[in-house]
Ligand binder design. Structure first.
Ligand code: GDP
Ligand code: MG
Length: 695
């Protein structure tokens, strides 16, 4: 295989709640296109996409899997993503690689929260969406009711593109058939004619000329020529087609494949993902950014975006990317971001689950992988022109992990091994965080929920033979100020012959809590009272306090600091003197600026048997939590969403377990910071023992 005409490529991401049948559907698509000879199952652990030991043990997808097949002379890449809330970050990270986000709905459970989230994020990123209602073979399922629920949840733009025929062993494509041909008009609910009319009218609406032709021709209108208008509809979020199928029996699969090939957008259509390109590289402060779009032209300069890094002990590190422009060739030299030296691409692969198929070139729109290249990182850009050095993808709305465990090595001799293993695991999981918290003297591992971290711990144990002792972590408070203040410090020291002298005047003021960096340092010194060469030293001193905290030992946030005056000495002024003066003046200023502690709040999402809904909500209200919604999602499960302070949730995994006899699950992600109540603040500050200042 070499390059493909990008117009013949389709990239489809399957997402939605766990258990909907994404992995089974992927297997079925591969089987029905004769890409694989044996139909594996999730239960037996024999599918192409759930191939890792952890996935086979849990019987759930935990990582995205990359597969491809050919159908009607199209090359189709299908990404099967994990549906458990704890792993949704992996699905979101793959969005920039595809033109179609297909949300797989489990009609036995209704519209789950992961599906809702995926629909919302895809809409926000302007990626075409479709909905696949799987499991139509289940006789208990009311397909008309689920269609109504979909339209209620996501709007009237959701319209069936096919409908199950009576008996549910096949579906009828209502886009191409109008009920008057040999396939007939009868379906499980509605009629081919009515559904045809609804979807065609929706499609022609995006094009005035087409609307005119449609009105003139009526029944004789030829819908098979509508690919362009259909694609425009998806691009403008004017239509979300609903397809029906059964991954188990194969009903509706041929039509789904046909829809992928004939109607889903190709890489030369739809809104390309937004990259930014910065002008000029010399002066960081005057660099305006502008949105940049790749051109799916095989002859242009190469640009590929790495949206997934995976590593396993056998194949090593894999960087998985999508080519957005130009052609990537084996043996070529490519730059990674703005690195000075290029890397050599030894081998180029396309993936089929755990298998790598070597290829010599990949053109625009293709998804591929390179192995064993250390420089390649998640979200990095591979390219072949210095002109593309500053191109980056606009950051994805990945959930920020808050569920933490303080970790220690069971065997201290494992330190080097752990450093290597954690480095690999962090590279492959955008939602995993391991950080050293100076204030609490702990190393904390954070993820999106208990299961997320449990899988990480299992992998460390089984794959790297490292065991960790875990404890409840202390809360990551932050310090900030609430008013303006000024302070000044003169640092003068005489030791033997040479001395140290530096004097600074600082003014500080609060920044909004949502300020991107939480810190600004500017100089308004006039007349050279502090020479320019010492400004960075003053900033360094200020930043030391900023990192270590001034009142309780927690890092600070939300402070603007202005250096506006000072004094220097021709002989004795040195950098170190201004660092000290900056640090001491800043500490003094903070103490006058009514400092407070901020605490993180998280968005909590709890799933449990519906009978526990009241208990869960009541318990949260005793923890300063605010319940935002509680819904029964199917006969016996409920979802409670709430916002609550992290400090009250340190033991939530155990509390929920005992409330629900082990049947509850939850995930949490960062929401915002709020001031701690005075009593909490006093207690935290009382525990702090500041280090003695040494000049
Ligand atoms: N009845 C029925 N069961 C299905 C179908 N597709 C998948 N399943 C079952 O649903 C469960 C979850 O499937 P899986 O593919 O792991 O779902 P995923 O979490 O979305 O990847 C498994 O037990 C499958 O056998 C289907 O079309 N019909
Ligand atoms: Mg799966």
């Amino acid at each position: 295989m070499t390059t493909r005409n990008p117009a013949d490529i389709r990239n489809v991401l399957l997402c939605g709640g766990s258990g909907g049948g994404k992995t089974t559907l992927t297997e079925r698509l591969l089987f029905d296109t004769q890409t694989i000879k044996r139909l594996g199952t999730v239960v037996e652990g024999t599918t192409v996409s759930d191939f890792s030991d952890e996935e086979r043990a849990h019987k759930h997808s935990l990582q995205p899997a990359f597969t491809h097949f050919e159908f009607e002379s199209h090359w189709v890449n299908v990404i099967d993503t994990p549906g458990l809330v704890d792993f949704v970050g992996h699905a979101v990270a793959c969005f920039p690689a595809v033109e179609t986000v297909a949300v797989v709905i489990d009609p036995t459970r209704g519209i789950d929260t992961v599906s809702r989230r995926m629909m919302a994020i895809a809409e926000q990123r302007q990626i075409p969406r479709m909905i696949i209602v799987n499991k139509i073979d289940d006789p208990q399922v009311d397909l008309e009711a689920i269609t109504d629920q979909i339209r209620e949840a996501f709007g009237g733009i959701c319209l069936p593109i096919n409908l199950p025929a009576p008996g549910r062993t096949k579906v009828i494509n209502v886009f191409e058939h109008d009920g008057s041909d040999a396939l007939g008009d009868s379906t499980e609910f509605s009629s081919v004619h009515a559904a045809h009319k609804a979807i065609i009218e929706q499609v022609v609406e995006v094009d005035e000329e087409l609307t005119g032709i449609y009105l003139d021709q009526g029944e004789k209108f030829d819908s098979t020529k509508l690919h362009g208008a259909f694609e425009k509809c998806l691009e403008q979020a004017h239509l979300v087609p609903i397809c029906f199928c059964s991954a188990k029996t194969g009903a509706g699969i041929d039509d789904l494949l046909h829809i992928f090939a004939s109607l889903c957008p190709s890489p030369v259509e739809v809104n390309p993902p937004d990259f930014v390109k910065r002008y000029g590289d010399d002066n960081a402060e005057t660099e305006p950014e502008h949105v940049w779009h790749a051109k799916p032209d095989p002859t242009a300069n190469t640009l590929a975006h790495v949206f997934k890094v995976s590593s396993d002990p056998f194949v090593g590190k894999l960087g998985i990317f999508r080519v957005h422009q130009g052609t990537m060739r084996a043996k070529a030299d490519l730059f990674v971001d703005d690195m000075k030296k290029p890397i050599k691409i030894a081998h180029l692969f396309v993936l089929q689950g755990k298998d790598h198929v070597e290829v010599d070139a990949l053109g625009p729109g293709m998804i591929g992988a390179i192995a064993k290249v250390d420089e390649v990182k998640f979200n990095g850009v591979l390219h072949d022109s210095r002109d593309l050095d500053s191109v980056r993808l606009i950051p994805l709305p990945l959930p920020r992990s808050m569920f933490g465990l303080a970790i220690e090595l069971k065997n201290h001799a494992d330190e080097t091994k752990f450093a290597g293993a954690s480095h690999k695991m962090l590279a492959e999981d955008p939602c995993l965080v391991i950080e050293r918290i100076a204030a609490t003297n702990q190393t904390v591992m954070r993820g999106l929920g208990e299961l997320h971290l449990r899988v990480v711990l299992e992998k460390l144990k089984h794959q790297y033979n490292i065991e960790l002792i875990t404890k409840t972590p202390k809360v990551a408070y932050k310090e900030t100020i609430t008013t303006k203040a000024e302070a000044h410090y003169r640092h003068r020291k005489q030791t033997g012959g040479s001395g140290q002298f530096g004097e600074v005047y600082l003014r500080i003021e609060p920044l909004p809590l949502d300020h991107a960096d939480g810190f600004e340092f500017v100089s308004e010194v006039v007349g050279g009272t502090v020479p320019r060469q010492y400004w960075p030293a003053v900033e360094k001193g200020v930043k030391q306090v900023f990192a270590e905290g001034a009142i309780a030992g927690y890092p600070m946030s939300g402070v603007r600091c202005v250096l506006y005056d000072g004094k220097y000495h021709d002989v004795d002024s040195k950098e170190i003197a201004f660092v000290t003066a900056g640090r001491r003046a800043f500490m003094e200023a903070v103490s006058k600026a009514k400092p407070v502690l901020l605490e993180p709040f998280v968005n909590l999402e709890i799933t449990a048997p519906a009978r526990h809904m009241g208990d869960i909500a009541g318990h949260l209200s005793t923890k300063r939590g605010r319940v935002q919604s509680s819904d029964v999602i199917s006969g016996d499960a409920c979802v409670v969403k709430a916002v609550a302070p992290m400090s009250e949730l340190l033991n939530y995994a155990n509390e929920l377990k005992s409330m629900t006899a082990g049947a509850g699950a939850f995930s949490m992600e960062y929401s915002h910071d709020e001031r701690t109540p005075p009593l909490v603040q006093q207690a935290v500050i009382a525990q702090y023992k500041p280090k003695a200042e040494i000049d």
